[in-house]
Design a protein around this ligand. Structure first.
Ligand SMILES: Cc1cc2nc3c(=O)[nH]c(=O)nc-3n(C[C@H](O)[C@H](O)[C@H](O)COP(=O)(O)O)c2cc1C
Length: 333
């Protein structure tokens, strides 16, 4: 079915298709029979339970942040077999994000570039949706919440934004991710510097009171030494682990993307560096801290290699776009 739909999708603007698909998934999320249809569409997925972050996951493969920024379609995404869904990036206030166009496909490389800049409805809208989901006892799996700052908030006040979103959604997420690694919000990635990291993460960890796991999401473009430092800060502050990694500014890994002046690269070409980052982080992190791996995982072989390198959980985004709704069942099987 997806091989029929894909050429139609790929003939249209990526962001329009994204909104169209998300709207359909949102509608399906409220209907039992449509969820059953999605389950059939997604194929049977064997169970391969994993314990991590104080939860049991039906298998290790979840959906990475950015696909469902505003928590609109969690039941449908679970019906598509994702073992967990990371929503967000959620910012305190609604914001439009960067100018369009801001998503580009590179099918020859199984890659995307996005320069979205956290468009979203803001934390209050997300709170309402997650609360409704709970009240309906909708069938869901663990939900991670990815935290960000508004573009208009000056960098020196960034901590206030992350704290506001964490406080607002604390009871509603199974884990939380501090996103300081998106290349599309000016200056954001400077928050990955050691002093800034400590200042930012310390108060957030206090808010969770260690009752909810808090993780840091890093950029694959960090130098090895900076990754080591990030891991040490995570150890020091007792965070649950690291999500490695976000999109890369090394757009020239895809020749056709080299002329783009902005955006982060995702998909197959960033896999080798993601794997290096994972190995480095695993060697520096205490054994009780975990890594959630994301970046170009698009085959069973890559999933297996990433797990063997020490990832506790895996995430995909770009492979979902290129391989469609059976991506999870195919990889897990
Ligand atoms: C269109 C798009 C939007 C994204 N938005 C976010 C985001 O809001 N927050 C975030 O932490 N990561 C975001 N990401 C990064 C993904 O979560 C993931 O880290 C990255 O794409 C690498 O995984 P992949 O190669 O499987 O896509 C986005 C990625 C894409 C392609």
């Amino acid at each position: 079915m997806y091989s029929l739909l894909k050429p139609i999708f790929f003939s249209r603007d990526p962001e329009e298709v994204h909104e169209h698909v998300l709207r359909r998934l949102e509608r399906s999320s409220a209907s039992r029979w449509q969820l059953a249809l999605l389950r059939a569409f997604a194929g049977a997925c064997p169970s391969q339970p994993v314990s991590a972050l104080g939860r049991t996951f039906p298998h290790p493969l979840g959906l990475a942040a950015g696909f469902d920024k505003d928590a609109r379609a969690i039941p449908a995404l679970c019906a598509l077999n994702f073992a967990f869904v990371e929503i967000g990036t959620v910012t305190p206030l609604p914001q439009p994000g960067n100018e369009k166009p801001r998503i580009w496909r590179f099918p020859e490389a199984n890659a995307l570039v996005n320069a979205l800049g956290f468009p979203g409805e803001g934390m209050h809208a997300v709170r309402q949706r997650l609360t409704m989901l709970r009240e309906r006892h909708a069938p869901t799996r663990p939900v991670g919440i990815n935290l960000g700052k508004n573009a208009v908030t000056p960098l020196e006040r960034a901590g206030d934004d992350y704290q506001a979103v964490l406080r607002e959604l604390l009871e509603l997420g199974d884990y939380f991710v501090v996103n300081v690694s998106s290349p599309n919000t000016p200056g954001l990635r400077t928050l990955q510097e050691p002093d800034s990291l400590r200042k930012l993460l310390g108060p957030l960890q206090s808010i969770t009171a260690r009752k909810r796991p808090l993780l840091l999401k890093v950029a694959p473009d960090l130098a090895d030494e900076d990754l080591n430092v990030a891991a040490r800060v995570v150890n020091e502050l007792g965070l649950a682990g690291i999500v490695s990694a976000n999109t890369s500014v090394r757009r020239a890994l895809v020749p056709a993307a080299a002329s783009l002046q902005r955006g982060g690269l995702s998909g197959a070409p960033i896999y080798p560096r993601m794997l290096e980052c994972l190995r480095l982080l695993k060697s520096e992190l205490n054994s009780t801290r975990i890594v959630i791996a994301a970046g170009g995982i698009d085959s069973a072989a890559r999933a297996r290699e990433t797990l063997a390198a020490g990832a506790a959980l895996l995430q995909v985004y770009t492979a979902f776009i290129y391989h469609g709704p059976r991506v999870v069942s195919n990889l897990i099987r």
